[in-house]
Design a protein around this ligand. Structure first.
Ligand code: RI2
Length: 312
């Protein structure tokens, strides 16, 4: 049983992280919360669920997978007349979201693996289940390639990535973030994940991704993004910008050092935006598309009705 406040705290502190994972965990938290709400009337029940949805959505502002998952689960209540009916509908919807999210990661792996050839040197940044799924599937199919994985300051997600790559038996080089350009001429393909994809195909991902994309573009190295369809941001159709989370300075420097430097402001944006011109392909579970086709994914596959856009 997951508790909404506890889950929200874990997501905020990044004890649970990764755009896909936080979406699944939020769906599970809503499902469990539904069964913890005292059964009154349907209006009271829906209001309680709205509060929980709000708490979860506010934890981290950038990964669109989170509000998309919450929205999907909350929509299940529509047309239900009693809390009992609503609880069942929420549970079924949450479980189906979780299942399809896991399947999407597997499907992306199958499609993305086609782009990794024998002898390739692949670079990845941060820790993305979707990006790693491509590498692990290519390896499973017997492809012989090696990887450069970055450190990913300040939260060091690269350490999780190299453990996974090591467990999969993939030869891996671990580099600090600032070594990317030095090695780019040896790289055949960059594969990264996404926290959000805008309607124009711009990809929001871990800070440093856009620098890697620039270096890749300069070296004529292809860059592909592995992103489930629920990472596409519907409201960007109306010009809404994706909020870039800026986290605590304490993640970058110890507080005592920060306190000793009154004229220094430590900045800690967690994500940046890579323009579509630097992206060759976005691999979704529905197929690989050029970034310019992001609109189609939002319209055809995400399944959001235009009138629903202003909720949650
Ligand atoms: P998957 C992560 O965000 C990284 O930016 C990663 O590239 C992205 O989510 C996608 O990860 P954070 O939670 O969903 O580390 O592919 O800030 O696992």
């Amino acid at each position: 049983m997951t508790d909404v406040a506890d889950t929200a705290g874990k997501i905020r502190r990044m004890e649970i992280r990764g755009a896909g994972r936080i979406a699944r965990v939020a769906a599970a938290a809503l499902r469990d919360h539904a069964y913890q709400v005292e059964s009154g009337d349907i209006a009271g029940f829906m209001a309680e669920m709205e509060k929980a949805a709000h708490t979860l959505v506010l934890t981290r502002p950038t990964a669109v997978s989170l509000p998309n998952a919450v929205h999907t689960v909350m929509l299940a209540m529509e047309g239900t007349n009693t809390p009992e009916e609503a609880k069942k509908a929420i549970a079924a919807r949450a479980d189906s979201f979780i299942r399809s999210s896991e399947q999407a990661v597997g499907k992306i792996g199958e499609i993305g693996a086609r782009h990794i050839r024998d002898g390739d040197v692949v670079m990845t940044h941060c820790n993305s289940e979707a990006a790693l799924s491509c590498l692990i599937e290519a390896r499973r199919q017997g492809r012989d390639f090696s990887v450069f994985a970055t450190e990913v300051r300040p939260r060091n997600q690269g350490q999780i990535t190299i453990r996974t790559l090591n467990d999969a038996g993939i030869e891996t080089n671990f580099i600090v973030d600032s070594a990317v350009r030095s090695f780019m001429n040896r790289i055949d393909l960059v594969v990264v994940g996404a926290d959000a994809v805008a309607v124009n195909g711009a990809v929001v991902n871990k800070i440093g991704t856009s620098q890697i994309a620039l270096a890749a573009d300069e070296a004529r190295t292809s860059l592909i993004v592995a992103a489930e369809t629920y990472k596409f941001a519907p409201r960007t159709i109306f010009g809404e910008l994706i909020t870039i989370e800026e986290r605590e300075p304490g993640e970058v420097l110890p507080p005592e050092i920060i306190d000793s430097l009154p004229h220094v402001r430590v900045r800690n944006p967690a994500f940046d935006v890579t323009p579509p011109e630097y992206i060759d392909l976005i691999v979704t579970e529905e197929g690989a598309i050029p970034p310019q086709m992001a609109y189609i994914i939002i319209r055809e596959y995400l399944g959001w009705d235009i009138n629903e856009f202003n909720r949650h």
